[in-house]
Design a protein around this ligand. Structure first.
Ligand code: ATP
Length: 509
C-alpha cells in the first residue's frame, strides 16, 4: 500500500470513528456510493455551505439565492442535452469482471505520463538549483519531449473520439496503449458502450398514466428555468448571479474513492448571467475569485492546480477545473464553465417561452450568456478533512490525531472543560456553556482526565478548549487552549465569546 492509500484509509476510518461519515444503511451492509453524514459531519457540511452561501449571496449584492425542486419537467432534460448526451463510455474487464469508464482509463494513462515528466523536472531542478530554467528544460530534454509527444498523440485521437462518441476508437486506444485492468492485470476488455447517468422514476400512479421523471443530475437547470422569474421579481440588472445548493444524482459507473464520487451528492452552483461578448472577461474573473475563496481557508496553495479542458462540453466555449491534491492524487473539485447562451437558448426553443433580457442601456433584448461555478460540496468536505487529518508525535513522546480544520468550518467551536468534577467547577462551567451556546456550537465535558478530553476535541477539530479551574472561582478567568499549537493563555471568562468570534471570523481585518 502506498503512503497516499494508507493515509486515505486512516481518514475514512477516522471519519467513521468520530461521527463524520457513515456508510448509508450500514446495518444492511451499506449501499454502494451512498453515505450519511454523522453528528460532526453534518455540522462541518453546514459550515462549508454557509461559507459558500455567504461568499456568494451575502458578499455580492448582485447574486441572489434559489432553492429549486429536485424533480423537474422531463423536457428540461431533453432541452439541456442530458437525455441524449449525459453518457459515460463504459468498458468491462472480462477477467476481473470490474467495470471502468473508458475515458478515465485513458486519462489515468495520460496522468502517469505527466507524472514521469514532472519527476524529470523535479530531479533537474534539484540538480541545477537556482540556475534552473524549467521552460527551457521542458522544451529540450529528450525524455520529457518524448513523453509530451506521447500525450499529444493520444489526445489527437482521444478528444475527437469523446466529442463524437466514437466508442470503437476509445477501445482501439485502450488496446494500443496496452492499458491493463488494475485488478486482474489483464487486457481482456469488452467493447465500449454508452451508459446514461440519470436516475429515472415514475411520477403519479400507473393508472393515471404515470410519467417518467428524472432525479436531477445537476442543480444548474433549476436556475436556468427560473432565470426570468428571478430577474423580473428581483429587478435584477446584468451582470447578476443566481446561487443554489442542493442534491444531485448520478448513476456513476465507477463509484469508488469514498465521498469523492457518489451516486447521491450535493452541489453548490452559481450561474452568472452576463451580456454576450463579456463572458470571457467574467470567466477569468470567476476563475480567480474561486481560487481566492479556496485559499482564504488557509489551505496551502500547492494543494490546488488549474486544469484547462482539452475537451469542451457541448454547452461550453471555455472551461477549467480547479483540482485538489486528494490522498489519491489531483482530481477535480470545482468546474468553472463559460456556458454561452446554450441553456437559455435551448429552454426557449423547447418551451416556446422567451427567456431574454431587456437592456435599458441599449434598448435591445437579448439572451444572456452564462458563466457557471460548480463545486461539489462533498468533494470540498473531503478536501477539508484530508488536508486537516494530522498524526503528531508530541515532545513528551505521546501521539495525537488532530483535525486542523479551518476554525471557521470546525463542527464545534468551543469545548468547555471543568478541570475537575467537584468544588463548584462543573457549575461554573455550565454557566459559561449556557452563555456561549447562543454564539457558537459548544460542547460541555467533565468526565475523564483533562488530557483525554483535549485529545477527543483535537480528533473532531474543535479549535478552542476553555478550562475552568480553581483560579476561575477566585478571579473569573479561564484558560483558552488553541488546538494546533496547544498554547494556553488566561483570559477573563466574559471575553471568551469576543476572542473566539474575532479568531474565527472571515471579516477583513
Ligand atoms: P467528474 O469528471 O469527476 O465526473 P464532472 O466534470 O462530471 O466530474 P460536473 O458535472 O462539472 O462534474 O459537476 C460539478 C461538480 O460536482 C464537480 O466539480 C464535482 O465537485 C461535483 N461532482 C460531480 N459528480 C460527483 C459525484 N458523483 N460525487 C460527488 N461530487 C460530484
Amino acid at each position: 500500500m502506498n503512503k497516499g492509500e494508507d493515509r486515505f484509509k486512516k481518514i475514512i476510518a477516522h471519519c467513521k470513528e468520530y461521527g463524520f461519515i457513515f456508510p448509508s444503511s450500514e446495518i444492511y451492509d451499506g449501499l454502494s456510493a451512498v453515505y450519511d453524514y454523522g453528528q460532526n459531519g453534518a455540522e462541518l457540511k453546514n459550515n462549508i455551505k454557509d461559507y459558500w452561501w455567504r461568499s456568494m449571496v451575502q458578499y455580492h449584492e448582485n447574486i441572489v439565492g434559489l432553492d429549486a425542486a429536485i424533480f423537474m419537467h422531463p423536457t428540461v432534460w431533453k432541452a439541456s442535452g442530458h437525455v441524449d448526451a449525459f453518457n459515460d463510455p463504459l468498458i468491462d474487464n472480462k477477467d476481473s469482471k470490474k467495470r471502468y469508464r473508458a475515458d478515465v482509463l485513458i486519462e489515468d494513462h495520460i496522468a502517469k505520463l505527466e507524472e514521469k515528466i514532472n519527476k524529470e523536472v523535479q530531479k533537474a531542478a534539484k540538480r541545477f538549483g537556482d540556475t534552473f530554467d524549467e521552460k527551457m528544460f521542458r522544451e529540450t530534454n529528450p525524455r520529457v519531449q518524448a513523453n509530451i509527444q506521447k500525450i499529444n498523440d493520444i489526445n489527437v485521437r482521444f478528444v475527437p473520439a469523446m466529442e463524437n462518441g466514437h466508442l470503437n476508437d476509445l477501445k482501439a486506444l485502450i488496446e494500443e496503449l496496452e492499458i491493463a485492468c488494475p485488478v486482474s492485470g489483464s487486457r481482456n476488455w469488452t467493447d465500449v458502450r454508452q451508459f446514461n447517468l440519470m436516475f429515472s422514476t415514475k411520477m403519479g400512479s400507473a393508472s393515471d398514466g404515470a410519467s417518467l421523471v428524472y432525479l436531477r443530475p445537476e442543480t444548474a437547470q433549476g436556475i436556468f428555468v427560473n432565470y426570468l422569474n428571478v430577474q423580473k421579481t428581483g429587478r435584477m440588472k446584468l451582470p447578476f448571479g443566481i446561487a443554489q445548493i442542493g442534491k444531485a444524482f448520478r448513476n456513476e459507473i465507477v463509484a469508488r474513492q469514498f465521498i469523492f464520487r457518489m451516486r447521491e451528492f450535493e452541489q453548490m452552483e452559481m450561474q452568472y448571467f452576463v451580456k454576450p461578448g463579456l463572458e470571457k472577461e467574467w470567466f477569468e474573473y470567476w476563475k480567480e475569485e474561486r481560487m481566492r475563496w479556496h485559499l482564504a481557508l488557509g489551505i496551502p496553495k500547492e494543494m490546488f492546480r488549474i486544469h484547462d479542458h482539452d475537451k469542451l462540453a457541448h454547452y461550453a466555449n471555455a472551461a477549467v477545473d480547479i483540482e485538489f491534491d486528494f490522498p489519491f492524487g489531483f482530481k477535480e473539485i470545482e468546474g468553472i464553465h463559460s456556458r454561452t447562451d446554450f441553456d437559455l437558448g435551448a429552454h426557449q426553443k423547447f418551451s416556446g417561452k422567451k427567456l431574454q433580457y431587456f437592456d435599458p442601456d441599449t434598448n435591445e433584448s437579448y439572451t444572456p450568456y452564462v458563466v457557471e461555478t460548480s463545486i461539489g460540496l462533498d468533494r470540498m468536505f473531503l478536501a477539508v478533512i484530508s488536508c486537516a487529518f494530522t498524526e503528531e508525535k508530541l515532545e513528551d513522546g505521546s501521539e495525537r490525531v488532530v483535525m486542523n480544520i479551518p476554525p471557521a468550518l470546525a463542527p464545534t467551536k468551543i469545548a468547555v472543560l471543568p478541570l475537575m468534577k467537584k468544588d463548584g467547577l462543573p457549575e461554573k462551567g455550565r454557566e459559561l456553556f449556557d452563555r456561549l451556546k447562543y454564539d457558537f456550537l459548544c460542547q460541555y465535558e467533565d468526565k475523564d482526565a483533562i488530557g483525554r478530553r483535549y485529545r477527543r476535541q483535537d480528533a473532531i477539530g474543535t479549535p478552542y478548549c476553555i478550562t475552568i479551574d480553581h483560579q476561575t472561582l477566585e478571579d473569573n478567568t479561564v484558560t483558552i487552549r488553541e488546538r494546533d499549537s496547544m498554547q494556553q493563555e488566561r483570559i477573563p471568562a466574559e471575553n471568551v465569546s469576543k476572542v473566539v468570534s474575532a479568531r474565527i471570523s472571515f471579516k477583513p481585518k
